[in-house]
Ligand binder design. Structure first.
Ligand SMILES: C[C@@](CO)(OP(=O)(O)O)[C@H](O)COP(=O)(O)OP(=O)(O)OC[C@H]1O[C@@H](n2ccc(N)nc2=O)[C@H](O)[C@@H]1O
Ligand SMILES: Nc1ncnc2c1ncn2[C@@H]1O[C@H](COP(=O)(O)OP(=O)(O)O)[C@@H](O)[C@H]1O
Length: 309
């Protein structure tokens, strides 16, 4: 009798934008204390896992060339962690279809790590519960727990301690993808340098922003978006100032640098406005390429095939 070959598992994981990113002081462990309100966006990566003779990683799509395919890739580390827990060898071929810009401040690597955890739990039938997955996620990176959970959430600690945030309606975004990336540690370091020289203004509490999310009104939300890392990202990539100006000139309600950048995220009044802003921004020559997206969307989840929407 033929033994059944387990089918590959495909998991889709979202990108994120930080609607509010308040950065506190540098801790002894090298991380900064944060308050981050995350929203998961429809721009996504798909991660496929299948049984194989050895662990391997392949990457296609958005800037695939610059993504490592060895132990430096977070999906490799996720596979080793889960295999150790399951007491088995990580013999699995992992294939990543990237839609999320690499080193773009949109948590692409974290999305892939979260997707790999969910996919391998399914492939290897480990039956992990939410708490187990959260713990593995936090070991892989500060943003990975949010990539698992998705939706809209507030993160504290180094960003990994999450609580859901009530958010009504969908919000519509235009994303301006930059030429080249920014390394997250460099951006935090630049913020520390700017703070040692003077005091770039620090964000206050997120209460008003949370209220605007609960109401679901993009006009109310727009002026409340804020990111303490933005001055540092602009200091390292001054050309982003032009991108931000061009987005609001094109009709966006507001524009911010996404997380550690250099992607700029523009909040728009509705889906039609996002298409119009995207078209104008694409013609303005202020970024590498433009995408539209909406949020919130779910966290990493198994899908039947990559054509699923
Ligand atoms: C800034 C944020 C905002 O959501 O994401 P990105 O915009 O890069 O996607 C996150 O805090 C990034 O999360 P993630 O990319 O998972 O970072 P990690 O791998 O945990 O940390 C990479 C490095 O960033 C710095 N780091 C990260 C998180 C934190 N709270 N304080 C820090 O100082 C540290 O130098 C750390 O060594
Ligand atoms: N699966 C992955 N996808 C993208 N980058 C990855 C991945 N695994 C590890 N990396 C490394 O992480 C760095 C940060 O990538 P990414 O997560 O896309 O950006 P950000 O931290 O700005 O959101 C990349 O430059 C790359 O070297």
């Amino acid at each position: 009798m033929l033994s059944a070959v387990p089918r590959p598992v495909i998991v889709r994981a979202p990108s994120k934008v930080n609607l509010h990113l308040a950065v506190g002081d540098l801790r002894d462990d090298g991380y900064h204390e944060l308050t981050s309100v995350y929203q998961a966006l429809s721009l996504h990566d798909d991660v496929e896992v299948r049984d194989s003779d050895e662990l391997s990683v392949a990457v296609q799509g958005e800037s695939a060339r610059v993504v490592p395919t060895d132990r430096r890739n977070l999906v490799w580390q996720a596979a080793e962690l889960l295999a150790e827990r399951a007491g088995r060898d990580p013999r699995v071929a992992i294939s990543i279809a990237k839609g999320i810009p690499v080193a773009g401040g949109m948590a692409g690597g974290s999305a892939d790590a979260a997707a790999a955890l969910v996919a391998l739990d399914e492939l290897w039938q480990l039956g992990l519960d939410r708490a187990d997955l959260d713990e593995f996620a936090a070991r892989l990176g500060s943003d990975v727990p949010f990539s698992l959970r998705g939706g809209t959430a507030i993160g504290t600690g180094r960003g990994e301690k999450l609580l859901p945030v009530l958010s009504r309606n969908s919000f519509h975004w235009v994303l301006a993808l930059a030429k080249g990336g920014l390394r997250t540690p460099d951006v935090f370091r630049e913020l520390d340098r700017l703070r040692s020289e003077g005091e770039p203004p620090r964000l206050g509490a997120a209460d008003e922003l949370m209220h605007a999310l609960a109401v679901g009104d993009p006009h109310q939300l727009a002026p409340l978006l804020g990111n303490d890392l933005q001055p540092a990202a602009l200091s390292l990539k001054p050309e982003l100032r032009r991108t931000l100006r061009a987005g609001t000139a094109a009709g966006a309600l507001a524009g911010i640098v996404s997380g550690s950048g250099p992607t700029c995220a523009f909040l728009c009044a509705d889906a039609d406005a996002a298409v119009a802003v995207g078209a104008e921004l694409a013609g303005a020559g202020v970024c590498r390429t433009v995408r539209t997206a909406h949020g919130p969307v779910p966290g990493a989840r198994v899908i039947d095939d990559k054509t699923e929407r």
